[in-house]
Design a protein around this ligand. Structure first.
Ligand SMILES: [Zn+2]
Length: 207
């Protein structure tokens, strides 16, 4: 009979809590700790105040090579490599530290109303490391800027141009920005709405 180390369990709970706070899915916690499903589900509810989401993990490798996710995941992966090699944080702890730094970068200069969700979720970031481990992704050097970006493994570097040097025509047109534009057009079409707004403005200035 094996007795579980209390100290190890405490470390696992600490690690799992940090990952839950960053939005990790239960499958990630199961893979990274030796805590049971039930205990993890309880920890999740206690930390976030709701039940953990169900469903499959995002398995798409291609997602990481589409333009915006590519830029975001390249930033995260570069920070992770630095953390893992040059700081005392290793593997999962290095991922946690890098993800926090990524969030800081991703939130800087964020347009108001652009949505609260970061492009790269913690679970996706975790999957990204698994894809690198299983040799499905690599870093390719852009022939224009020389920066290294995530690309499918075993693809030759020759002629590789990154998502920043050659953004697609639809770049920057997110669902949130579309919503904002739609909102503006709707206001133009509905004069009643505009009148209401201007009266509201008047009221405000009078008070
Ligand atoms: Zn480039």
């Amino acid at each position: 009979m094996t007795t579980k180390s209390v100290l190890q369990e405490a470390k696992d709970i600490e690690l799992a809590t940090q990952m839950i706070e960053l939005g990790a899915r239960l499958q990630v916690l199961q893979a990274e700790t030796s805590l049971s499903y039930d205990r993890l589900a309880r920890l999740y509810r206690e930390t976030r105040g709701c039940s953990p989401p169900k469903g499959m993990l995002p398995f798409s490798v291609d997602w990481f090579t589409t333009w915006l996710p590519n830029i975001h995941s390249t930033i995260l992966y570069s920070i992770y490599c630095y953390m893992d090699k040059l700081t005392p944080a290793r593997k999962t702890q290095a991922l946690i530290e890098s993800y926090k730094l990524y969030l800081e970068q991703a939130n800087a200069g964020r347009v108001e109303g652009a949505g609260d969700e970061p492009v790269l979720s913690f679970t996706r970031a975790w999957m990204l490391l698994r894809f690198f481990e299983s040799d499905m992704l690599q870093l390719s050097a852009c022939e224009r800027c020389g920066g290294k970006f995530i690309a499918h493994a075993h693809e030759p570097d020759t002629g590789f141009v990154c998502a920043i040097c050659k953004p697609p025509p639809r770049a920057g047109k997110t669902r949130a920005s579309k919503k904002r534009t739609q909102g503006a057009t709707m206001n133009k079409k509905a004069p009643a709405n505009r009148i209401q707004k201007s009266t509201q403005g008047k009221n405000l200035s009078e008070t």
